[in-house]
Design a protein around this ligand. Structure first.
Ligand code: KG4
Ligand code: ZN
Length: 358
């Protein structure tokens, strides 16, 4: 029997301080021995968004306790760990540095292998924690900072099919929540409010819906929500109608663009079994899940969604990416530095800024 690899994962790229211990199992997936996430929601709530300096300070205050709690909960000692993985980017440098440095220090003092994980690879591989899913698969990665369609060919091998040319989808949810005064964090509160409204009440734009392949755009939609929000004047019914119309518009955009992405995937990859993985914080949105499930039944592919606890930022996905990279000998030296930008497909064109031609 081959030895089952156990990793400690650490995540501090944004406003969650997280640590996790996971171990490979016989099913080709992982046993999550502990998965501790300390959210800083209360700290950032009054500002309506993440304040980098506050986030970094909170990571510094919490990280030691969170790592000890992750190890303590499953009674695994550092001696029993085969390696340490920490998020090294993309994200806020002041935040990333906290988890990365403590991860590197633990690795250095215990003489264990170290893996610097791309946070996006953590999301991309996250369904593998619980599903023995085969490469290649199509990934819709929707989070607070990114919105992309990618072919996941293998660990460390990604091909970008499309990306947002302006805002990320999570950002659109968060800004909509702010404009509708629904509170922070935005995504879950917009989802909740949308259930109380009429999704056809407002007609909102679907930017670049008929062009630019499976690239996405949400800035024009956000501006339209701002314009319509001026009509609310304290009327809750109108507020819920606007939240519902926003959610419905997102569903229409993702339905159409995912259909295009599946076609693009089919042209590049010859397989009868197409899996679409939807990962990242926004993948927790049930309405988006159901909408894409409907598309999957219509055009014949399978949807795979990570469990809700692995959608938002967590360290189990970082530990899992660490194990996958360790097994391919993709290790890092202790002088590896945090990166604020880090694309999964480094050959993909940069799709933002003035002068962009679609
Ligand atoms: O992956 P994540 O936790 O952090 C980043 O890597 O960015 O994603 C956070 C984003 C936030 O914008 C949050 O509002 C959004 O995911 N989100 C949701 C839902 N839950 C979280 N958006 C829509 N519906 C949800 N239920
Ligand atoms: Zn994330």
């Amino acid at each position: 029997m081959t030895k089952k690899i156990t990793f400690l994962g650490i995540e501090t790229s944004c406003d969650e301080t997280a640590a996790s211990v996971i171990r490979e199992n016989d099913k080709g997936t992982a046993d999550v021995l502990s998965n501790i996430v300390s959210s800083q929601i209360s700290e950032h709530k009054k500002f309506g968004g993440v304040v980098p300096e506050l986030a970094a300070r909170a990571h510094i205050e919490n990280i030691e306790y969170i790592i000890k709690a992750a190890l303590g909960e499953c009674k695994v000692s550092l001696n029993e760990i085969d390696g340490i993985a920490a998020t090294a980017g993309p994200g806020l440098i002041v935040c990333l540095t906290v988890g990365l440095n403590i991860g590197k220090s633990i690795a250095a003092f215990t003489n264990k292998p170290f893996v610097a994980v791309n946070h996006l690879e953590g999301h991309a591989l996250s369904p593998g924690i619980e599903n023995n899913i085969q490469f290649p698969y199509l990934l819709l990665l929707i989070s607070g900072g990114h919105s992309q369609f990618l072919i996941v060919k293998d660990v460390n091998e990604y091909e970008q099919l499309g990306t947002t040319i302006d805002d990320a989808l999570g950002e659109a949810f968060d800004k909509t929540a702010k404009m509708l005064d629904l509170g922070y964090p935005g995504g879950p509160s917009v989802e909740k409010a949308s259930k109380l409204g009429d999704k056809n009440f407002f007609t909102l734009p679907e930017p670049i819906i008929n062009k630019a392949g499976c690239n996405l755009s949400f800035a024009g939609l956000k501006t339209a929500v701002l314009r319509e929000s001026k009509k609310i004047n304290g009327n809750d019914k109108l507020k819920f109608n606007l939240a519902a119309s926003f959610q419905n518009t997102i569903n229409k955009i993702l339905y159409k663009k995912t259909k295009i992405a599946v076609e693009m995937f089919k042209k590049k990859i010859n397989t009868p079994n197409i899996n679409l993985v939807v990962a990242g914080g926004v993948a927790a949105n049930i309405s988006i899940r159901e909408n894409l499930k409907k598309l999957s039944r219509e055009i014949g592919f399978k949807t795979v969604y990570p469990d809700l606890k692995f959608c938002g930022d967590n360290a189990a996905m970082i530990a899992w990416a660490g194990i996958k990279r360790f097994k391919k000998n993709l290790l890092n030296k202790i002088d590896v530095e945090a990166k604020s930008r880090w694309a999964l497909d480094e050959n993909a064109p940069y799709m933002k800024g003035p002068g962009l031609k679609l």
